[in-house]
Design a protein around this ligand. Sequence first.
Ligand code: ADP
Length: 190
Amino acid sequence: MLNLVLFGPPGAGKGTQSAKLIEKYQLVHLSTGDIFRANIKGGTELGTRAKQYIDQGQLVPDEVTIGMLESEADKYPDAKGYIFDGFPRTPAQAKALDAFLATKGTAITGMLALEVEEEELRKRLLLRGKDSGRADDQDPAVIQKRIDVYRNETEPVRDYYMAQNKYTGINGIGTIDEIFDRLSNAIDAL
Ligand code: ADP
């Protein structure tokens, strides 16, 4: 299996690149942000619970997120591999993901980390908020909170994969196609 973690701060382009990568490599896309938003839209209990955190730019608690991710992954028993987008976002999630994949006799192949500086992230998120209608992209205070949470809670996940020699940094500045080529080259070298 080819199991990739697509990593990076909010607004780095994970969703855009995932959509292109799943087509090229025939992988299943698991985006925790997308799954939360679908639950919020559908008015599920999980959605109601997650919304309180998302609206404030905070992480949804690990036990909620991990359980949800695992049951979503289990919906695709015949997958050739997965792209994890927006997950893991804490070291506890990363450990849980390793344990989960081990029960399936597989593992993370590599982490690809999109690197984009903060000023550019703020610009991109505000721009996305204008067309996507995502509430968490419209409030500069919520955007800043998400960037801060990323630095404090999520960046350590990078060290987790570095320690396993699975980390590859990718320059996230450029056209969508340029970044896609960089990612594809990195995947082909894994
Ligand atoms: P972005 O990368 O633009 O912040 P996402 O769509 O990945 O957007 O996530 C939106 C929100 O959903 C996050 O700010 C967070 O509140 C919640 N969320 C998504 N993934 C996770 C996760 N793995 N753990 C905890 N919370 C998450």
